[in-house]
Design a protein around this ligand. Structure first.
Ligand code: GAP
Length: 512
């Protein structure tokens, strides 16, 4: 069985080789945690956006979409709490000059002890076979107990230090655990400092602090500040939602695991404004709706789980993540948060403008409560790609790499392949391309043997290929090949449009 590191490496290599994702500015050796989407990546990304946007807006008559600017008035970020509290604890190694997140160093230390426990259990499992009782072993084995105690102690101290922003405490803990720079082994650490994750830049004509402006670290605030504009101009009645897709920027101290954690990324966020008191009902509605959206893609029901936040942010009264089984294990893909009236209330306070809803049913004005759904587009892309990637041994002993992407999301829907480059077959194939190309993204390919052309299409996840042969000229039929089953069927060219419309239909996916 391949391990998870191998799988991620393979997905990264495949993404580059087949035009999905390239390292940014690669000719200059790249820029860490920045990536470019290639020709198939851009198509896949657009299809994911379309799936989300349609599910959010068209399927909900009371949700509209906006596109706010990345730059916002700097007070926005004071009100949202990002200026004061959007920090990570940072520590530098004086010898290697490498920078780390203090909490991540500690988490990695804990993971190593967990691995020791796992090894101990594995050894015992092999020794005792069928009769092995893991629960009992964990509760009694002295090595496991000692290591578990160590984990509990470090976790407890780390949690306390993080909660009270005790930076000295974090440094002391790193020293107590004798944590060394993972790259060089040096223990020559600086003090721990708070590091704000927002990127700063300056506004054109203004110099100094007055001109400081931020690249937005989330798209949500563009929605909050437009709450009243949208409500009034759209005559929206509560409950209603505002959706947005756009870039966000965070100066992550450690950005790693490919496009999972980047410094420039894209979010798809929706704020759903509700009457105070009804928020838990809507929170549950959105949990249910969002998990269905994910599961409809057929990426394996077992690959999702909800993770409830035990420690809630001061403004939230419920929050959870939808975690996906990435090659690195279960990790956050989407957040669903009940944010109360915190954001609108804070913007009221800082702007001096009322951000209230007049409820015609009760004749009252109030600040609505908000349920937020927030998903990283790039993470969704990685989830899609890694779930789709498969190395398959075929009956004839050969191997293929196939991306089993849902046909509605696949970057190319159809490949049109003339069997040979003569006798009118290319012209016939081109005719088919011209008749379908405005409705479907398709590709014409006449290079190499048909088998190799199939492999190329499998590798980019094209759900269907048609082959134009000598019979086509006689009877206007082609063979259509299914990516997943590799079965071929003879169909009339006149039926191609309707067959494809049905097979790659986003509407069908949305209807469930
Ligand atoms: N408005 C709420 C918010 O921004 P978040 O949990 O910080 O909440 C929401 O981010 C989602 O954005 C995450 O679930 C994740 O999918 C994505 N995300 C956050 N930071 C990211 C990063 N550095 N790179 C890629 N995606 C990221």
């Amino acid at each position: 069985m391949q391990n998870s590191d191998d799988k991620l490496k393979k997905v990264i290599a495949h993404s580059k080789e087949y035009g999905f994702v390239f390292p940014s500015s690669e000719i200059y050796d790249g820029l860490s945690a920045a990536y470019d989407y290639g020709q198939y990546g851009a198509e896949l990304k657009n299809n994911i956006k379309n799936y989300w946007w349609t599910a959010m807006t068209r399927m909900h008559q009371n949700i509209v979409g906006i596109d706010a600017s990345i730059f916002m008035h700097p007070t926005t970020w004071k009100a949202s709490g990002h200026v004061d509290a959007f920090n990570d604890p940072l520590i530098d190694n004086k010898d290697s000059k490498k920078r780390y997140r203090a909490d991540v160093l500690l988490e990695d230390y804990i993971k190593k002890i967990e691995q020791k426990i796992d090894k101990e259990i594995e050894k015992a499992k092999n020794k005792f076979g069928e009769s092995f009782n893991e629960e009992q072993f964990r509760a009694t084995n002295p090595n496991v107990l000692r290591n578990q105690e160590k984990i509990n102690a470090v976790e407890g101290k780390m949690k306390a230090a993080l909660e009270s922003s005790d930076l000295e405490g974090l440094k002391t803990l790193i020293e107590e655990c004798e944590i060394a720079d993972p790259e060089t082994g040096s223990r020559n650490w600086t003090e721990v400092r708070q590091f704000n994750l927002m990127f700063k830049t300056e506004l054109g004509a203004v110099s100094g602090d007055a001109g400081i402006i931020y690249l937005r670290p989330e798209t949500a605030q563009g929605i909050f500040v437009n709450f009243l504009n949208v409500q009034k101009s759209g005559r929206m009645k509560l409950p209603f939602g505002i959706a947005q897709i756009g870039k966000a920027f965070r100066n992550e101290i450690i950005a790693r695991q490919f496009i999972f954690r980047m410094r420039e990324f894209e979010q798809m966020e929706m704020q759903f404004f509700v009457k105070p008191g009804t928020e838990m009902e809507w929170y549950n509605y959105w949990k249910d709706t969002r998990i269905k959206w994910h599961k409809a893609l057929g990426m394996g029901e077992e690959n999702y789980k909800f993770h409830d936040h035990l420690k809630l942010a001061h403004y939230a009264n419920a929050a959870c993540d939808i975690e996906f089984n990435f090659p690195m294990g279960f990790k956050e893909l989407e957040g669903i948060h009940s944010r109360t009236d915190f954001d609108l209330g804070a913007h009221e306070k800082h702007s001096g403008k009322k951000l209230r809803y007049f409820d015609p049913e009760t004749n009252e004005s109030y600040v609505p409560y908000v349920i937020e759904t927030s998903i990283g587009l790039d993470r969704m892309f990685l989830a899609t790609l890694s779930a789709a990637y498969e190395e398959e041994k075929l009956e004839d002993g050969s191997e293929r790499v196939v991306l089993r992407i849902h046909p509605a999301l696949a970057p190319v829907k159809l490949a049109v392949l003339p069997l040979v480059k003569k006798d009118g077959l290319p012209e016939k194939a081109q005719e088919i391309v011209d008749s379908l190309k405005l409705d479907f993204n398709l590709q014409y390919d006449d290079k190499d043997a048909v088998g190799r052309r199939y492999r190329r299409q499998d590798a980019i996840g094209t759900p269907y290929c048609i082959t134009i042969d000598y019979d086509t000229i006689q009877d206007n039929t082609v063979t259509i090949r299914d990516r997943d089953t590799m079965q071929q069927e003879r169909v009339s060219i006149d039926k191609l449009h309707s067959i494809l419309s049905e097979k790659v239909s986003m509407t069908k996916l949305l209807r469930g």
